[in-house]
Design a protein around this ligand. Structure first.
Ligand code: 5AD
Length: 432
């Protein structure tokens, strides 16, 4: 009987893709993936350490696996950013864990499983990226890493520690992976990187705009997305590529973190409020239909009522399509630990609530505004709620459930008239 593995994933798209790579590798080795942890011979936790909460979850999960291990043979590996951050300390705290492997070693799972390495938290020069073995969960969409790590030093952020220094993949290597994904029928591509728009080919020096162009021009690319962009890396060449290619999504994730220049300076975000708004204006000038999503941190050390009022007014000004916001969480070894007074937790919670309330209004208005309009929708398959309907996504990533020909192929792009805006999703019908 073949061996089985169970893998649990937290955190960002990068981690999702690392899971796809680990899973692909294990399947090549003859393992079978199971969704029930009690049926697995190997359990991998692909962890996230961006905030403290995610970190705590890991140890409570490990406690549960300890009990399972007392009853049968089981191998347990901790992967991802908590693995990178804690390394050896995980084995000390949870000695029933068999190995700890950081994001730099995703391409080197063999060395861990066969070579008996128990702590693999380096960033090997040889990144070993086996893109043909990625276990992609979607038949229509492929995520492709173009740059790993981050050279920004935002004072709140653990990523430079957990994912290392920036390394871009060679241009042709990326294109080969993209072509392979297209050949396998995927029509939507999402380029990934912690600072995706800092991409620069290590061989030819070609930049992110050049890469966007080259990919957008390949036939069969119906939608091209990318994340996460850093505002300070938005370049004319990136904007021009987006302007010139309608298959590049007009929906840009551009994390701002705060609307106050004073807070942004303490965060070391490398832009002011004014500069950020100027970048938004440049993008809107070139691509009038563009809209944005973003991330905020509330309760950053020293954030005053006035700083927070500026965050709300920035949201008013930009009117985001979607927005993610988090209470500041102190991370080990980050410079923010030494900055200013922590904000009282009750105040931070209240700010978070007010921020979401404001955004919710904007989002409602946007969704309501779609009523009666025909939007291009990329079909993903039958609707989860009603198998007689189809489901797909708009360019701004909202799910649309709609009536249409049930034999429509996933990956088709259709015009859908929106007739209902629900809480987070839209409903409509195909137009001829
Ligand atoms: N505390 C709270 N939120 C954080 N983020 C990153 N680091 C922290 C932290 N220490 C948020 C930022 C980032 C998103 C991925 O997570 O908003 O854009």
């Amino acid at each position: 009987m073949s061996k089985t593995f169970f893998i649990e994933t937290w955190g960002c798209q990068m981690n999702d893709l690392d899971t796809q790579r680990l899973s692909g590798n294990l399947k090549l080795r003859g393992y079978q993936r199971v969704e029930d942890e009690t049926a697995a011979d190997l359990i991998l936790l692909n962890t996230c350490s961006i905030r403290e909460k995610s970190e705590h979850k890991v140890f409570s999960r490990l406690g549960r696996f300890r009990e399972m291990k007392q009853e049968r043979a089981l191998t347990i590996g901790v992967c991802g950013c908590v693995a990178q951050q804690e390394g050896e300390a995980i084995l000390k705290r949870a000695p029933w864990v068999d190995f700890v492997m950081g994001p730099g070693n995703v391409g080197h799972l063999d060395a861990v499983l066969d070579g008996g390495r128990t702590v693999a938290v380096d960033f090997p020069e040889d990144r070993h990226y086996d893109y043909l073995a990625i276990d992609r969960p979607s038949a229509t969409k492929a995520q492709v890493t173009i740059i790993e790590g981050c050279n920004k030093n935002c004072t709140f952020c653990i990523v430079p520690t957990t994912r290392g220094r920036e390394v871009s993949r060679p241009f042709d290597d990326v294109l080969n992976e993209v072509r392979a994904a297209l050949e396998s029928g995927r029509v939507e591509l999402e380029l990934l990187g912690q600072t995706v728009n800092a991409y620069r080919c290590p061989i030819s020096g070609r930049d992110f705009g050049a890469l966007l162009r080259a990919i957008a021009e390949l036939s069969d690319v119906k939608r091209l997305r990318f994340m996460t962009s850093h505002p300070a890396e938005v370049s004319d060449s990136m904007i021009a590529a987006m302007r010139d290619h309608a298959n590049i999504s007009r929906y840009l994730h551009l994390p701002v973190q705060s609307g106050s220049s004073a807070v942004l300076r303490r965060m070391k975000r490398l832009y002011t409020r004014e500069k950020y708004l100027e970048i938004i204006a440049r993008l809107r000038d070139a691509i009038p239909e563009i809209h944005f999503s973003t991330d905020f941190i509330v309760g950053f050390p020293g954030e005053t009522d006035d700083d927070f009022a500026q965050t709300l007014s920035l949201i008013e000004e930009v009117r985001y399509g979607s927005l993610f916001a988090f209470k500041y969480s102190p991370r080990p070894g980050t410079p923010a630990l030494r900055i200013g007074q922590p904000v009282d937790d009750a105040i931070a919670s209240e700010r978070l609530t007010r921020l979401f309330e404001l955004h919710e209004q904007h989002k409602r208005e946007r969704l309501e505004g779609y009523r009666g309009r025909v939007l291009p929708v990329l079909v993903e398959g039958p609707s989860r709620h009603d198998p007689d309907m189809l489901a797909g996504r708009t360019d701004d990533n909202f799910v649309v459930n709609f009536s249409g020909d049930p034999s429509t192929r996933p990956g088709s792009m259709l015009g859908v008239r929106i007739d209902q805006a629900q809480h987070h999703t839209l409903r409509g019908q195909v137009v001829a």
